[in-house]
Design a protein around this ligand. Structure first.
Ligand code: FES
Length: 120
């Protein structure tokens, strides 16, 4: 993947250019022999990162790689229409209501963000 460098099996650096302000970005990493699918959104000096996995039935949230449905400020799962708050990742309507997207902590470093990868 362009814009990301592996540091070890669990930490990666995301360059600022990979996460433009306000956009939802899909980021897939090889991890433990599989692909770890993430969803990131940069807001001001914060980077929100979640697993790109719907808590309803475990499907990816994007309808095509890196393409997300957003309706009235809510992220809509492409599979069955669950709606998630972009503030905190909580499912606020549709199947899986009450669930929450699994988050990943991101910390600011020079020119980007450091993520510690793990599975939900
Ligand atoms: S898998 Fe997302 S709503 Fe069913």
């Amino acid at each position: 993947m362009d814009g990301a460098m592996n540091y070890d099996v669990s930490e990666v650096l995301i360059e600022d250019a990979l996460v433009p302000e306000g956009e939802l970005v899909a980021i897939d990493f090889p991890f433990g022999g599989e692909t770890l699918a993430l969803l990131a959104r940069r807001r001001d000096e914060e980077l929100q990162v979640w697993h790109n996995v719907c808590p309803h039935a475990g499907r990816r949230l994007d309808y095509a790689p890196g393409r997300f449905l957003v309706s009235e400020g809510k992220l809509v799962c492409a599979a069955h229409g669950a709606q998630f708050s972009l503030e905190d990742g909580r499912c606020i309507d549709g199947p899986g209501r009450g669930g929450v997207l699994a988050g990943i902590a991101a910390s600011r470093v020079a020119g980007g963000w450091r993520l510690v990868l793990g599975r939900p």
